[in-house]
Design a protein around this ligand. Structure first.
Ligand SMILES: NC(=O)c1ccc[n+]([C@@H]2O[C@H](COP(=O)([O-])OP(=O)(O)OC[C@H]3O[C@@H](n4cnc5c(N)ncnc54)[C@H](O)[C@@H]3O)[C@@H](O)[C@H]2O)c1
Length: 267
Protein backbone atom coordinates (compact mmCIF):
# COMPACT_ATOMS: atom_id res chain seq x y z
CA UNK A 1 0.00 0.00 0.00
CA UNK A 2 1.42 3.39 -1.05
CA UNK A 3 1.47 6.58 1.04
CA UNK A 4 -0.89 8.37 -1.38
CA UNK A 5 -3.60 5.78 -2.12
CA UNK A 6 -6.76 7.50 -3.38
CA UNK A 7 -5.12 10.94 -3.48
CA UNK A 8 -5.15 13.24 -6.51
CA UNK A 9 -2.21 15.50 -7.32
CA UNK A 10 -1.50 18.11 -9.97
CA UNK A 11 2.15 18.64 -11.00
CA UNK A 12 3.39 21.50 -13.19
CA UNK A 13 6.52 21.12 -15.31
CA UNK A 14 5.58 17.45 -15.30
CA UNK A 15 7.14 16.54 -18.63
CA UNK A 16 10.81 16.50 -17.64
CA UNK A 17 13.32 16.32 -14.82
CA UNK A 18 11.98 16.65 -11.29
CA UNK A 19 8.35 17.09 -12.39
CA UNK A 20 8.42 13.86 -14.37
CA UNK A 21 10.03 12.03 -11.45
CA UNK A 22 7.27 13.38 -9.19
CA UNK A 23 4.56 12.05 -11.49
CA UNK A 24 6.21 8.61 -11.58
CA UNK A 25 6.61 8.53 -7.77
CA UNK A 26 3.12 9.82 -6.94
CA UNK A 27 1.58 7.19 -9.22
CA UNK A 28 3.75 4.51 -7.60
CA UNK A 29 2.44 5.68 -4.20
CA UNK A 30 -1.17 5.19 -5.36
CA UNK A 31 -2.16 8.69 -6.53
CA UNK A 32 -3.86 9.83 -9.71
CA UNK A 33 -2.05 12.77 -11.25
CA UNK A 34 -2.74 15.64 -13.63
CA UNK A 35 0.50 16.40 -15.48
CA UNK A 36 0.82 19.98 -16.76
CA UNK A 37 3.57 21.12 -19.12
CA UNK A 38 3.99 23.60 -21.95
CA UNK A 39 5.44 20.84 -24.16
CA UNK A 40 2.70 18.81 -25.89
CA UNK A 41 5.15 15.99 -26.74
CA UNK A 42 6.21 15.61 -23.13
CA UNK A 43 2.61 15.67 -21.90
CA UNK A 44 1.71 12.90 -24.37
CA UNK A 45 4.73 10.87 -23.22
CA UNK A 46 3.97 11.03 -19.49
CA UNK A 47 0.29 10.30 -20.10
CA UNK A 48 1.15 7.26 -22.23
CA UNK A 49 3.57 5.97 -19.57
CA UNK A 50 0.78 5.91 -16.95
CA UNK A 51 -2.35 5.17 -18.89
CA UNK A 52 -5.42 5.76 -16.73
CA UNK A 53 -3.58 7.12 -13.69
CA UNK A 54 -2.35 10.32 -15.38
CA UNK A 55 -4.25 12.96 -17.34
CA UNK A 56 -2.15 15.47 -19.23
CA UNK A 57 -2.77 19.15 -19.81
CA UNK A 58 -0.76 21.28 -22.24
CA UNK A 59 -0.60 24.69 -20.62
CA UNK A 60 1.56 27.62 -19.64
CA UNK A 61 1.80 28.31 -15.89
CA UNK A 62 2.18 32.04 -16.61
CA UNK A 63 -1.46 32.12 -17.70
CA UNK A 64 -4.24 32.37 -15.14
CA UNK A 65 -6.66 30.80 -17.61
CA UNK A 66 -4.37 27.84 -18.26
CA UNK A 67 -4.05 27.25 -14.52
CA UNK A 68 -7.83 27.36 -14.11
CA UNK A 69 -8.23 24.93 -17.01
CA UNK A 70 -5.68 22.52 -15.46
CA UNK A 71 -7.56 22.45 -12.15
CA UNK A 72 -10.90 22.05 -13.96
CA UNK A 73 -9.51 19.08 -15.93
CA UNK A 74 -8.31 17.56 -12.65
CA UNK A 75 -11.68 17.83 -10.91
CA UNK A 76 -13.44 16.58 -14.03
CA UNK A 77 -11.10 13.59 -14.47
CA UNK A 78 -10.61 12.52 -10.85
CA UNK A 79 -13.37 14.26 -8.87
CA UNK A 80 -11.12 16.37 -6.60
CA UNK A 81 -7.64 17.83 -6.01
CA UNK A 82 -5.65 16.88 -2.90
CA UNK A 83 -2.17 18.20 -3.64
CA UNK A 84 -1.11 21.05 -5.94
CA UNK A 85 2.59 20.95 -6.86
CA UNK A 86 4.02 24.08 -8.51
CA UNK A 87 7.31 22.99 -10.02
CA UNK A 88 7.81 24.36 -13.58
CA UNK A 89 10.86 26.60 -13.59
CA UNK A 90 13.58 28.36 -15.56
CA UNK A 91 17.25 28.78 -14.57
CA UNK A 92 19.50 31.75 -15.44
CA UNK A 93 22.77 29.82 -15.68
CA UNK A 94 24.49 32.26 -13.34
CA UNK A 95 23.89 35.44 -15.38
CA UNK A 96 25.47 38.24 -13.32
CA UNK A 97 24.38 41.82 -12.76
CA UNK A 98 27.64 43.29 -14.12
CA UNK A 99 27.89 41.27 -17.32
CA UNK A 100 24.20 41.32 -18.31
CA UNK A 101 23.15 44.47 -20.14
CA UNK A 102 20.25 46.57 -18.81
CA UNK A 103 17.73 45.56 -21.47
CA UNK A 104 18.44 41.84 -21.05
CA UNK A 105 18.33 42.08 -17.25
CA UNK A 106 14.97 43.84 -17.49
CA UNK A 107 13.43 41.23 -19.77
CA UNK A 108 15.21 38.28 -18.12
CA UNK A 109 13.82 39.28 -14.72
CA UNK A 110 10.27 39.44 -16.08
CA UNK A 111 10.59 36.10 -17.88
CA UNK A 112 12.06 34.19 -14.93
CA UNK A 113 9.79 35.70 -12.30
CA UNK A 114 6.76 35.08 -14.53
CA UNK A 115 7.40 31.32 -14.41
CA UNK A 116 9.19 30.78 -11.08
CA UNK A 117 7.07 33.08 -8.92
CA UNK A 118 3.93 34.34 -10.69
CA UNK A 119 3.33 30.88 -12.20
CA UNK A 120 3.36 29.38 -8.69
CA UNK A 121 1.01 32.03 -7.29
CA UNK A 122 -1.51 31.88 -10.14
CA UNK A 123 -1.48 28.09 -9.88
CA UNK A 124 -2.30 28.20 -6.17
CA UNK A 125 -5.00 30.81 -6.82
CA UNK A 126 -6.59 28.49 -9.39
CA UNK A 127 -6.37 25.48 -7.04
CA UNK A 128 -7.35 27.03 -3.73
CA UNK A 129 -11.12 26.37 -3.84
CA UNK A 130 -10.61 22.69 -4.73
CA UNK A 131 -7.94 22.35 -2.02
CA UNK A 132 -10.17 23.96 0.61
CA UNK A 133 -12.86 21.48 -0.32
CA UNK A 134 -10.54 18.46 -0.02
CA UNK A 135 -8.53 19.79 2.95
CA UNK A 136 -5.49 19.28 0.80
CA UNK A 137 -2.03 20.78 0.50
CA UNK A 138 0.29 22.83 -1.68
CA UNK A 139 3.92 21.99 -2.44
CA UNK A 140 6.26 24.49 -4.08
CA UNK A 141 9.62 23.53 -5.58
CA UNK A 142 12.20 25.88 -4.08
CA UNK A 143 15.97 25.33 -4.47
CA UNK A 144 19.35 25.46 -2.76
CA UNK A 145 19.26 28.95 -4.32
CA UNK A 146 16.44 29.77 -1.88
CA UNK A 147 19.27 30.25 0.65
CA UNK A 148 22.64 30.15 -1.07
CA UNK A 149 24.28 32.61 -3.45
CA UNK A 150 26.57 31.59 -6.26
CA UNK A 151 24.77 28.64 -7.86
CA UNK A 152 22.33 30.65 -9.96
CA UNK A 153 22.63 34.28 -10.96
CA UNK A 154 20.96 37.17 -9.21
CA UNK A 155 17.56 36.76 -10.88
CA UNK A 156 17.21 33.00 -10.30
CA UNK A 157 18.43 33.33 -6.71
CA UNK A 158 15.94 36.13 -6.03
CA UNK A 159 13.11 34.14 -7.61
CA UNK A 160 13.84 31.11 -5.43
CA UNK A 161 14.07 33.27 -2.29
CA UNK A 162 10.63 34.58 -3.30
CA UNK A 163 9.32 31.00 -3.30
CA UNK A 164 10.09 30.80 0.43
CA UNK A 165 8.00 33.96 0.87
CA UNK A 166 5.14 32.34 -1.01
CA UNK A 167 5.32 29.25 1.20
CA UNK A 168 5.26 31.22 4.42
CA UNK A 169 2.56 33.75 3.48
CA UNK A 170 0.31 31.16 1.82
CA UNK A 171 0.71 28.78 4.76
CA UNK A 172 -0.46 31.60 7.02
CA UNK A 173 -3.37 32.58 4.78
CA UNK A 174 -4.62 29.08 3.99
CA UNK A 175 -4.46 27.52 7.48
CA UNK A 176 -6.18 25.64 8.97
CA UNK A 177 -7.77 23.93 5.98
CA UNK A 178 -4.81 23.77 3.54
CA UNK A 179 -1.16 23.06 4.38
CA UNK A 180 1.54 24.80 2.30
CA UNK A 181 5.15 23.61 2.20
CA UNK A 182 8.22 23.71 -0.01
CA UNK A 183 11.00 21.35 -1.04
CA UNK A 184 14.42 22.83 -1.82
CA UNK A 185 16.49 20.43 -3.93
CA UNK A 186 20.16 20.79 -4.73
CA UNK A 187 22.14 19.72 -7.79
CA UNK A 188 20.65 17.27 -10.29
CA UNK A 189 20.94 16.75 -14.03
CA UNK A 190 17.69 17.67 -15.80
CA UNK A 191 16.76 19.53 -18.96
CA UNK A 192 16.24 22.89 -17.25
CA UNK A 193 16.25 25.82 -19.69
CA UNK A 194 16.99 29.50 -19.38
CA UNK A 195 14.92 32.48 -20.48
CA UNK A 196 14.79 33.35 -24.19
CA UNK A 197 15.42 36.99 -23.27
CA UNK A 198 18.86 36.11 -21.89
CA UNK A 199 19.58 34.01 -24.98
CA UNK A 200 19.40 30.87 -22.83
CA UNK A 201 16.29 29.20 -24.27
CA UNK A 202 18.28 26.25 -25.63
CA UNK A 203 20.87 26.01 -22.86
CA UNK A 204 20.70 22.81 -20.78
CA UNK A 205 22.83 21.36 -17.96
CA UNK A 206 24.65 19.29 -20.58
CA UNK A 207 26.59 22.54 -21.09
CA UNK A 208 28.10 21.81 -17.65
CA UNK A 209 29.93 18.57 -18.48
CA UNK A 210 31.66 18.33 -15.11
CA UNK A 211 28.43 18.73 -13.11
CA UNK A 212 28.83 15.34 -11.46
CA UNK A 213 32.42 15.96 -10.31
CA UNK A 214 31.54 19.52 -9.27
CA UNK A 215 28.51 18.47 -7.19
CA UNK A 216 30.36 15.54 -5.67
CA UNK A 217 33.20 17.81 -4.61
CA UNK A 218 30.96 20.56 -3.24
CA UNK A 219 28.26 18.78 -1.20
CA UNK A 220 29.12 17.03 2.09
CA UNK A 221 27.20 13.90 1.06
CA UNK A 222 29.52 13.58 -1.98
CA UNK A 223 27.08 12.58 -4.72
CA UNK A 224 25.02 14.06 -7.54
CA UNK A 225 21.39 13.16 -6.77
CA UNK A 226 18.94 12.06 -9.46
CA UNK A 227 15.55 13.83 -9.69
CA UNK A 228 13.91 10.71 -8.18
CA UNK A 229 16.06 11.13 -5.05
CA UNK A 230 14.08 14.26 -4.14
CA UNK A 231 10.58 12.84 -4.57
CA UNK A 232 10.29 11.24 -1.13
CA UNK A 233 10.21 14.67 0.50
CA UNK A 234 7.17 15.61 -1.56
CA UNK A 235 5.45 12.31 -0.77
CA UNK A 236 5.92 12.78 2.95
CA UNK A 237 4.62 16.36 2.92
CA UNK A 238 1.67 15.42 0.70
CA UNK A 239 0.72 12.45 2.86
CA UNK A 240 -2.23 13.11 5.17
CA UNK A 241 -0.91 10.55 7.64
CA UNK A 242 2.72 11.65 7.63
CA UNK A 243 2.61 15.37 6.87
CA UNK A 244 -0.34 16.53 8.98
CA UNK A 245 1.75 18.55 11.47
CA UNK A 246 3.75 20.48 8.89
CA UNK A 247 2.89 23.78 7.23
CA UNK A 248 5.03 26.78 6.30
CA UNK A 249 8.15 24.60 6.11
CA UNK A 250 10.72 24.26 3.33
CA UNK A 251 12.75 21.06 3.43
CA UNK A 252 16.40 21.58 2.54
CA UNK A 253 17.47 18.42 0.76
CA UNK A 254 20.60 19.65 -1.00
CA UNK A 255 22.96 16.88 0.13
CA UNK A 256 24.25 19.05 2.96
CA UNK A 257 25.22 22.24 1.12
CA UNK A 258 24.15 24.34 4.11
CA UNK A 259 26.59 22.55 6.45
CA UNK A 260 29.54 22.60 4.09
CA UNK A 261 31.42 24.80 6.55
CA UNK A 262 34.66 26.66 6.08
CA UNK A 263 36.91 23.68 6.54
CA UNK A 264 39.03 25.44 9.17
CA UNK A 265 41.51 23.30 11.09
CA UNK A 266 40.13 22.42 14.53
CA UNK A 267 43.23 21.05 16.29
N1 LIG B 1 17.95 21.18 -12.14
C1 LIG B 1 18.41 21.58 -10.96
O1 LIG B 1 19.62 21.46 -10.65
C2 LIG B 1 17.46 22.17 -9.94
C3 LIG B 1 17.94 22.41 -8.64
C4 LIG B 1 17.07 22.95 -7.69
C5 LIG B 1 15.77 23.26 -8.04
N2 LIG B 1 15.32 23.03 -9.31
C6 LIG B 1 13.94 23.37 -9.63
O2 LIG B 1 13.26 22.20 -10.04
C7 LIG B 1 12.13 22.60 -10.82
C8 LIG B 1 12.03 21.69 -12.04
O3 LIG B 1 13.14 21.94 -12.88
P1 LIG B 1 13.93 20.78 -13.67
O4 LIG B 1 15.36 20.95 -13.32
O5 LIG B 1 13.26 19.48 -13.48
O6 LIG B 1 13.78 21.34 -15.18
P2 LIG B 1 13.25 20.67 -16.55
O7 LIG B 1 13.43 21.72 -17.59
O8 LIG B 1 13.89 19.34 -16.76
O9 LIG B 1 11.69 20.47 -16.31
C9 LIG B 1 10.84 21.60 -16.24
C10 LIG B 1 9.61 21.40 -17.10
O10 LIG B 1 8.82 22.59 -16.97
C11 LIG B 1 8.27 22.92 -18.24
N3 LIG B 1 7.99 24.34 -18.28
C12 LIG B 1 8.87 25.37 -18.34
N4 LIG B 1 8.24 26.55 -18.40
C13 LIG B 1 6.91 26.27 -18.35
C14 LIG B 1 5.73 27.07 -18.39
N5 LIG B 1 5.80 28.41 -18.49
N6 LIG B 1 4.53 26.46 -18.31
C15 LIG B 1 4.46 25.10 -18.23
N7 LIG B 1 5.53 24.29 -18.22
C16 LIG B 1 6.74 24.87 -18.28
C17 LIG B 1 9.32 22.49 -19.25
O11 LIG B 1 8.73 22.23 -20.53
C18 LIG B 1 9.90 21.21 -18.60
O12 LIG B 1 9.25 20.04 -19.09
C19 LIG B 1 12.32 24.08 -11.14
O13 LIG B 1 11.47 24.85 -10.30
C20 LIG B 1 13.78 24.33 -10.79
O14 LIG B 1 14.03 25.67 -10.43
C21 LIG B 1 16.14 22.47 -10.27
Amino acid sequence: MGWLEGEVALVTGAGSGLGRALVDRFVAEGANVVAVDRSADRVAEVEAAHSGAVTGVVGDVRSGQDNQRSVAVCVEAFGKLDCYIANAGLFDYGAGVVDTDMEQLDRGFDEIFAVNVKGYLLGVKAAVAALQQSGGSVLLTASMSSWHAGVGGVVYTASKHAVVGLVRQLAYELAPRVRVNGVAPGFMRTDIRGPESLGLGERTPSSIPNLEQMATAVVPLNFLPQPADYTGHYVQLASRANGATTTGAVIECDAGLGVRGLGLPTG
